[in-house]
Design a binder for this molecule. Structure first.
Ligand SMILES: [Zn+2]
Length: 353
């Protein structure tokens, strides 16, 4: 009888998983900050990215942790509250890190390899009112399904499991207002599927409009804000309807985690300090970036790398959406449950280091 060493990852698929993970982790069109996660199942153990770690580090560092797969599946099936605490399924003695908060989402797939990313092209569809029609056109021939937004965790995993039980052939899941999951029997097959979906959903960004760098610089002078390094960010400010799309609400969870609820635009005759105070008065930290309508965008000098990645993501997503598009936003309750979430605070703290 072969006894599986549950602390030792399976050599072959694991090396390939690390390589693929590092590759997709370096692509801001697929992964931003500590977002996204990958996994491989081996016997009764699932190796998954640890919470707060970066996929880009998958080759250079040990970012994967082993979890007890049957135990997690059992907890999900029985609706046990611990299904939402992935740390409880970590193989004892294996790691100081915690499994990703999205571990349960991987556990419900029968396929050996699962990749979950916050793909910009996917998001540019998944936030639209008419997403179902558009996705059906673009993903014809794929075994795919759309899941409306639910907080990442066990509840979302159960919804996905229900779809997979109805149609076990599904290997592409579009998560409304969230991202993409693909699954396959090998790392290579799954990576290819990811690339195919990414290509099918690809949208070119809008053309550039004129930025008022001089105006922005004088506004930022002496403030906590500065010009951002990512120039397309200014596009958020250069169309009145685009500004409205950005400030109306939050479009996906990691924006809320890293940049707060929605975005902030400077009101007429308001200073940056006054705009920041207006946000602080709601109990939130000062905005990590401020849209200056018709001018451009300023970001805080102390913005974390995670916040910068998610500012960029908002630009990359909205520049692929019509200014007239009807968007689906997270509700206030959905925003708040994300901010009250202990696991996310942990992830933020790790990311801030
Ligand atoms: Zn996610």
């Amino acid at each position: 009888m072969i006894v599986q060493n549950r602390l030792e990852p399976p050599a072959q698929p694991f090396a390939a998983l690390r390589k693929m993970s590092a590759q997709i982790g370096r692509d801001p069109m697929l992964v931003q900050a500590a977002g996204g996660n990958t996994s491989v199942k081996h016997g009764d153990v699932m190796w998954i990215k640890a919470s707060g770690t970066l996929l880009a580090d998958a080759v250079a560092k040990d970012i994967f942790v082993p979890v007890d797969l049957p135990d997690m599946q059992k907890a999900l099936q029985a609706n046990e509250p611990r299904a939402d605490r992935p740390a409880e399924f970590l193989i004892p003695g294996s790691s100081q890190l915690r499994p990703s908060i999205e571990t349960s989402l991987h556990a419900v797939f029968s396929q050996a390899v699962v990749v979950h990313v916050h793909c910009v092209h996917t998001l540019a569809h998944a936030i639209l009112e008419n997403r179902e029609t558009l996705l059906a056109q673009r993903l014809e021939g794929f075994e795919w399904a759309l899941v409306p937004y639910a907080k990442p965790g066990a509840n979302l995993a159960r919804i996905v499991r229900g779809l997979l039980e109805e149609n076990p052939k599904i290997d592409v899941i579009i998560l409304g207002n969230h991202g993409l999951i693909v699954a396959g029997d090998s790392v290579e097959e799954t990576h290819q599927l990811l690339n195919k979906v990414h290509e099918k959903l690809a949208i070119s960004p809008n053309a550039d409009a004129k930025v008022d760098l001089v105006g922005l610089q004088s506004l930022a002078s002496g403030s906590a804000y500065e010009l951002p390094y990512y120039l397309p960010l200014h596009q958020l400010a250069l169309d009145e309807k685009r500004v409205q799309q950005a400030i109306f609400g939050s479009l996906y969870p990691d924006h809320v985690i890293f940049c707060g609820i929605a975005a902030t635009a400077l009101n007429p005759n308001e200073t940056l300090d006054q705009a920041a105070q207006r946000v602080v008065a709601t109990g939130a930290p000062p905005p990590v970036f401020v849209i200056v309508p018709e001018c451009g965008v300023l970001m805080r000098k102390d913005a974390s790398s995670g916040a910068i990645a998610l500012m960029r993501c908002l630009t990359d997503v909205l520049s692929r959406v019509s200014v007239d598009a009807e968007l689906i936003y997270l509700s206030t309750e959905q925003n708040l449950e994300l901010l009250d979430w202990d696991a996310e605070k942990y992830r933020q703290a790790l990311n801030a280091k």
